[in-house]
Design a protein around this ligand. Structure first.
Ligand code: C5P
Length: 222
């Protein structure tokens, strides 16, 4: 008996991170936030002054950095080369750069390889954009989680505010929409719903309801 790979894909602000984390805890699975991995590459590039168009430099960067996830006080922390960057990778500047860096083929190749390695034994919830379509097309179960752009922008706004960032609601919604467009139209691994993914629209659902529904579907695999 082996534990399945659970793939959760969808646009930004659909509640993926919170829901994936809660679902993983409920199932006693490991949670892997692949967006955080791309964010780490963007942050590392920013700090080293690497041009986001410089594919060779980015590929080399991917080889050199070390990305880890660590649980601390019930929270998942993202560790880049030994430093806790959980807060810094969520700033609007890093978000923007992440969309560009993640469209570079060499970066995707390295990240996908790393994610396959991390998830190969199963018992994992991987969240991202291309998990069900590219990283693990044979995942035991796939969800495509979405919500209206308005709702997703409003959620991101509240999240950023809570973290103390000075942001504007309409601007946050606009950023969500433009990031969606970039993620859906890029040449390599665009955001798409895998054919066999279960569509979950969370616009009018509570987080608890979504997690409950997903946990039931995963358990029904046994
Ligand atoms: O999920 P999150 O908003 O943290 O992801 C940040 C960015 O990373 C996305 O906008 C997308 O450009 C990129 N990403 C990706 N593939 C993934 C996960 C994230 O391209 N599997």
């Amino acid at each position: 008996d082996s534990f399945p790979i659970v793939a959760i894909d969808g646009p930004s602000g659909a509640g993926k991170s919170t829901i994936s984390r809660m679902l993983a805890r409920r199932l006693n699975f490991t949670h892997i936030d692949t967006g955080a991995m791309y964010r780490c590459i963007a942050l590392a590039a920013l700090r080293r002054g690497i041009d986001p168009e410089d594919e060779a430099a980015l590929a080399e960067l991917c080889e050199r950095v070390k990305i880890d996830f660590k649980r601390q006080d019930g929270q998942q922390r993202v560790i880049l080369d030994g430093e806790d960057v959980s807060g810094e990778i969520r700033t609007p500047a890093v978000s923007l750069l992440t969309s560009r860096v993640s469209s570079v083929a060499a970066v995707r190749e390295k990240m996908v390889a790393m994610q396959r390695e991390m998830g190969r034994e199963g018992g994992v919830v991987l969240e991202g954009r291309d998990i069900g379509s590219v990283v693990f097309p044979d995942a035991g179960i796939k969800f495509f989680l979405t919500a209206s752009a308005q709702e997703r922008g409003a959620r991101r706004y509240r999240e950023l505010r809570e973290q103390g960032h000075e942001v504007d609601l309409q601007q946050t919604i606009d950023e969500v929409i433009s990031r969606d467009q970039a993620d859906s139209s890029r040449q390599h691994s665009p955001l798409t719903q895998a054919e066999d993914a279960i569509l979950v629209d969370s616009t009018d659902m509570t987080i608890e309801q979504v997690v409950e529904m997903m946990a039931r579907r995963v358990r029904s695999l046994d």
